[in-house]
Design a protein around this ligand. Structure first.
Ligand code: MN
Length: 270
């Protein structure tokens, strides 16, 4: 049995991803009806619901921090959000467990807005970097295609310090295979890698149930191709899947994509 942590949280979304608290249950419901994944494996899961307080973001983050800190890591961490702010406490606990680790984020947006407290889904990545929890040279952003000017400025300054930004334009012109090579070369130098997937990295035609649909993203197959390749890394120890909003979904496409992604990730190391 592989443990899957559920963090039904939308309090970190500044009122914009309301409904994402419904995603973990929906994703697990769809997952339970699936047969084998594309590697021919059917992996049994056990849910571990993390107690969220919708009125208290800091307390919710603390609960996620404690849950991740208490994880055995005999299997990787699998965490379902919830809005993207869940990655803040989760990576913080991960970093305490495996110092010097890196974070690979798939997202249409960089989540690098001005730091305000407590960290939200618009600035969690900036907070991780500014608080020194994540060194810029161990941050990799993949699939981004919409920046505010403030985010652009921050990203450029962190790129000079080693942050990797494989934006959608670069992915499309240089190809996914080159991008994978680059990510894997970086990740191999870290003790452990954490992969965070905001489902809005996928094109809204295939993942419409998100707070900020951003056109011209990865296809669902392209995302899976990259993930299948990254799963060959020996040192991945955590995955999260965030920002699906079931109430905005069309024909269950986004939830079923999130469930399929999780299904593929569950075979890591097996
Ligand atoms: Mn995000």
């Amino acid at each position: 049995m592989v443990k899957v942590f559920l963090a039904p949280l939308s309090a970190g979304s500044l009122g914009k991803s309301v409904g994402t608290e419904m995603a973990p249950d929906e994703i697990m419901r769809v997952l339970s009806a699936r047969f084998l994944n594309e590697s021919g494996l059917g992996v049994q899961t056990q849910e571990a619901v993390i107690d969220m307080d919708p009125a208290n973001l800091e307390a919710s983050h603390e609960a996620i921090f404690e849950a991740v800190k208490g994880h055995s890591f005999r299997d990787p961490l699998f965490l379902l959000g919830g809005d993207h702010s869940v990655t803040y406490p989760s990576f913080r606990a991960f970093q305490e467990r495996f110092p010097g680790s890196g974070l690979i984020v798939f997202d249409a947006h960089p989540d690098l807005q001005e730091n305000f407290k407590p960290p939200s889904h618009e600035d969690y990545l900036r907070v991780l970097i500014e608080e020194g929890i994540l060194a810029p040279e161990r941050a990799v952003l993949v699939g981004v295609r919409s920046f505010s000017s403030q985010e652009k400025e921050f990203a450029e300054s962190k790129k000079r310090q080693g942050m990797t930004v494989l934006d959608m334009k670069t992915l499309a012109s240089d190809g996914l295979w080159d991008a994978c090579d680059l990510i894997m070369e970086k990740a191999r130098s870290w003790p452990r890698a954490y992969i965070s997937i905001d489902v809005d990295v996928v094109d809204p035609s295939m993942a419409p149930g998100v707070a900020y649909p951003e056109p011209a993203g990865l296809t669902s197959r392209e995302l899976l191709t990259v993930l299948h390749r990254l799963l060959k890394l020996p040192n991945i120890a955590a995955f999260d899947i965030v920002e699906a909003v079931p109430s905005k979904d069309v024909a269950g496409l986004t939830v079923s994509l999130a469930a399929k992604i999780l299904h593929e990730l569950l075979s890591y190391g097996r």
